[in-house]
Each structure stands twice: as C-alpha cells, then as structure tokens.
Design a protein around this ligand. Structure first.
Ligand SMILES: [Mn+2]
Length: 357
C-alpha cells in the first residue's frame, strides 16, 4: 500500500516539508479547494499544484475530492452543465497524471459532527457526534456551531457561503428520497465512469459520514449492501470505493475487515482511509487516536485484511486528535495523523513479515 497524507494546498498550515519527513510517506492527496464546486479545474493551477508537491519528493496520484455539485445530487435540469464540467476536470486531472479521484454523494452536508473540539481525558481534542445533542439542534444551529467551533477556519465540505442557502436546500430535498438519490447517482455515474475509464482514472466514492440519515436527509453510502449496489450500477474497473473505516465504523453492524475482503477481492477498493472511532451508543461516537485499544475498531484486523487481499492502492490515515498544543483545522493536524501513519506502517511491516515466516 502507498502511504499518503491529506494536505489542503497553499492554505494548509502544515508545510509540505514537514509532510515529507513522515517515515514511509509516498505522497499527498489534495485538491484545488478554492475552485467553486461545479467549476472546471484549470490546467495552470493543476500544473502548479503538481510541481509544488513533486518538488518535495512527494507524489500526487490521488485527488480528494472533486466534489459533486448539489444540482447533480438533486437531479435538477442544470445538472448536465455541471456533469460536463466534471468530465472536463477529469480530463485535466488525467493530464497531470492523476490515477484516482475521490468524491462523495452526501446531500447538503459533508461529514457531520456535533462537536469539533471534544476534550478527551488526556486533554487532547477530537471530533465527536452526539445524536442526543443533534436532536435539539436545527440544521442552522449546527452550521452556527461548526462555524464557532472551527474559529472560522474554512472547513472543506462546510463552505460557509453555500451553507447560507441551507433552508432553500432543505426545501429542494423534500422531494428527494433514497431511491431518487440512487437514480441521481446512477445518472451521474452513467456519464462519468466511461469518461474516467477512458483516462484510466479510478473513481473512488467515499461512504457517508456518519453512515445514517441526519435531519431526515437521504444517505445511501452506508453499508456493504449499498456499497455493492454502487459498484454494480456501472460495471467498470473505474467504478469503485474509497473505503473509509472511520466513516463506516459508527454503525456496529459494519464489519470493516470483512467489507475490505469483500470489496478487495473484487478490486473495488480504489483508495483506503484507515482510522479508529469510539462508539458510545447506537448513533453517537467520538474520534480517537488510531490505536486499536483507544477505539471500537481493530486496526490490526483492518490492516491484515488489506494485506490479505493484496491491496496495492493508496491509503491514508484519517482524522486525528489535536495534540501537543497544535493549532489548525480540527481533525487535520500534523502530529496525530503522522503518529497514525507510523502505527499503520508498523502494523503493515509486522503483518507482512509474519506472513513470510
Ligand atoms: Mn474518510
């Protein structure tokens, strides 16, 4: 597996020089976060991004994410223009050698938490989701809370301007249930997958986070059955998954090692996010360090499953705690994610060597 680190481009406080010093690092996954969702990513900015990353000895093979415009998810007539732009972006990405494009299909909200700075016993802070707390919040309250929690650092997926239109968005989604959303995903993929395939780009759909409906919005990328349905929608080597253990993990019935084997054997895991999560109750959880004993997931079994299916793709640690007084984007500090990488590398080396004894 090729170890990568998510980096937020020029606005990221973490210098590429520091990323390049993480043992075993292969490259970064990143995006042009300043380009409004739905616009074509310009060639000149892509070339500059690629050259900048490469100048630190890091590869840029994976883009996370090219976000899907809301009109596509809603199935509005205007979607065709955005799909056409998406194809153009894929073409441009292929020209700088991108092999994998991560995306998600979550209505309105990207990943959702009720607290971005929950203190743990060791006074580190983590992202957490408390379903009881959510019941007392309106969507607007949640947006306000996220804004305050993040000290107005722009968090990808929570672009503040777009969320100002939140009430209107909710009205539009009143007519979109799960099956309608499946139909809109199908319409998108029928057009995008053949184009991605022609550029040898693998599309990697990230599961919904958390893997259940919030505020009554439909969410469909939530379990093995639905991920298989996605894979079967458009049979193509370019249609697959970004399997994220932490996003699927809050649902205890998602057996992550078994899902890795199930989809890995079909060559459908195009990108892997590995992190832990601590389940508190049926729909409440908080994030943790990557260490198995800190959370509800067994990271040894997860890495072993990737090894067993001979996974050769890109992997990255996911959200980390904020530790050692680091300041920055919640979940995306350098220190705890670097510790996560070192732990994953250790597990991988041990599992690999034990196999050959
Ligand atoms: Mn993830």
């Amino acid at each position: 597996m090729k170890m990568t680190f998510r980096w937020y481009g020029k606005s990221d406080k973490i210098p590429l020089k520091h990323v390049a010093q993480i043992p075993g690092i292969n490259g970064v996954v990143t995006s042009l976060i300043d380009i409004p969702v739905g616009d074509v990513w310009p060639m000149d900015e892509l070339i500059e991004l690629k050259e900048n990353v490469n100048s630190y000895g890091l590869n840029l093979d994976v883009i996370e994410s090219v976000n899907v415009h809301e009109d596509i998810k809603l199935g509005l007539e205007s979607r065709d223009a955005y799909i056409s732009n998406y194809k153009e972006t894929l073409k441009n990405l292929s020209q700088i050698g991108i092999k994998t494009v991560c995306y998600n299909f979550m209505p309105i909200f990207d990943w959702t938490r009720t607290d971005l700075n929950k203190p743990l016993k060791d006074s580190s802070t983590v992202l957490s989701f408390d379903n009881e707390q959510l019941k007392n919040l309106s969507a607007n309250d949640l947006v306000e809370k996220i804004r305050n929690d993040s000290s107005n650092v722009e968090i990808p997926g929570w672009e503040l301007e777009r969320l100002d239109e939140i009430e209107e968005l909710f009205q539009q989604y009143e007519n979109v249930d799960e099956e309608k959303l499946w139909g809109n995903l199908d319409y998108f993929l029928q057009q995008i997958i053949p184009v991605a395939a022609s550029y040898n780009i693998k599309m990697a759909l990230h599961p919904d986070d958390p893997p259940f409906s919030i505020f009554g919005l439909p969410r469909i990328m939530t379990n093995q059955e639905n991920l298989q349905r996605l894979v079967d929608l458009v049979p193509s080597p370019s249609n697959g998954l970004a399997l994220c253990s932490g996003s699927l993990g809050p649902n205890a019935s998602n057996d992550i090692p078994s899902m890795i084997r199930h989809f890995g054997e079909q060559n459908k895991i195009h990108f892997a996010h590995i992190r832990n999560v601590k389940r508190i109750s049926e729909k409440s959880f908080h994030e943790t360090s990557h260490l198995s004993s800190d959370g509800s997931l067994d990271l040894y079994e997860i890495v072993k499953a990737y090894k067993d299916v001979n996974f050769q793709g890109h992997v990255r640690p996911d959200h980390g705690r904020m530790i050692w007084d680091e300041e920055g984007m919640p979940g995306y500090g350098l220190y705890d994610r670097a510790l996560g990488i070192t732990y994953l590398n250790g597990l991988y080396e041990a599992i690999t060597k034990a196999k050959h004894e």
